[in-house]
Design a protein around this ligand. Structure first.
Ligand code: NAP
Length: 288
């Protein structure tokens, strides 16, 4: 990929702990090339102890903005000057915009998740039942998106039950009619809830490199053909979780469409331009 960098080039990028496999740099730089913009998107691998300094560095280096990825979406909030209302309710940001030294946090994962479910899963959220595995930063956005579209019931399963309880407590106050229940990540309750669910989403990091043989479900018999099974992970393209779901004849989606749709919203916040989602998804599938 040939880029012309000069004194006027605006820098955007992604801050994360483990971003060697992130597709965001490739994806954003392709869009930048397509629109002939004088921008450049860079990966910033940041240790947790340096997160505060890295975010302050956005101002110091006059960086236009960044994505925030695993595992800093919740932790980044306290270092920002302003947080957009829905991101504040969610309690997690995946995008920072630097406007003349004021850092504002946004959460574009919500729209990314919704659009991918609608466009790629052909899934209507209203009145459905969902099981969510995980209660980290991404889970918060997923639960918020489902509540906004009036899902009937959400069951959150997480290794650390306390984190699932906090999501329930925070989001129930904004959606008083919501039905959210929380459980530890154990087989007995999973079986009952997955049997009745239409949608099963893995928002845990289990299945990401280097432990690609991990999966959040204790038994593959829990999948069934009436489920839409969604894994937020996109590298590998088919996690063990998705391979097992496919074997059980469930419909599957990986994290690539969400990455594209949330990325387009972030790109719009930094540049004012909004590329067409389906076209970008096609391009990314072609080059990866
Ligand atoms: P996070 O805030 O660090 O949350 C990680 C989640 O994984 C927590 O629920 C954690 O449980 C669980 N987990 C980690 N190790 C576990 C283990 N050994 N056993 C059981 N549970 C475990 O991360 P995040 O930002 O939510 O991201 C989660 C995943 O979503 C990552 O793979 C990320 O790449 C992906 N993601 C993809 C997109 C996309 O656009 N496709 C967008 C956002 C995120 P505890 O609470 O018990 O620690």
């Amino acid at each position: 990929m040939k880029k012309n960098i000069n004194g006027k080039t605006k820098i955007i990028g992604v801050i994360g702990k483990n971003i060697e496999n992130s597709l965001s740099p490739l994806f954003h730089n392709q869009i930048i090339l397509k629109y002939s913009l004088n921008f450049c998107y860079l990966p910033f691998q940041v240790a947790e102890t340096d997160l505060s300094k890295a975010i302050q560095g956005i101002k110091a280096l006059n960086i236009r903005g960044v994505n925030i990825t695993f595992p800093y979406k919740e932790k980044a909030i306290k270092f920002l000057d302003e947080v957009e209302e829905s991101a504040r309710r969610i309690g997690a940001v995946n995008t920072i915009v630097n406007n003349k030294g004021i850092l504002t946090g946004y959460n574009t994962d919500v729209i990314g998740f919704k659009k991918s479910l609608q466009e790629n899963g052909k899934f209507i959220i209203k009145k459905k039942k969902a099981v969510i595995l995980g209660a980290g930063g991404a889970a918060r956005a997923v639960v918020y998106a489902l509540l906004e579209e009036e899902i009937e019931e959400i069951c959150i399963f997480n290794r650390t039950l306390e984190k699932a309880k906090i999501i329930k407590q925070n989001l129930s106050s904004f959606f008083p009619k919501s039905r959210i229940s929380v459980f530890p990540l154990e087989e007995e309750d999973l079986k009952d809830k997955i049997e009745k669910a239409h949608l099963l989403v893995n928002t845990t990091s289990l299945g990401m490199p280097p432990r690609v043989d991990n999966t959040p479900l204790p038994d593959e018999k829990l999948f069934h053909p009436d489920l839409l099974v969604y894994d937020l992970i996109y590298h590998p393209v088919r996690t063990l979780f998705l391979r097992q779901a496919e074997k059980a004849r469930a419909k599957i989606i990986n994290g690539l469409p969400m990455l594209v749709y949330q990325g387009i919203e972030s790109f719009h916040l930094w540049t004012g331009l909004k590329p067409e989602g389906k076209e970008v998804l096609k391009m990314i599938k072609r080059i990866t």
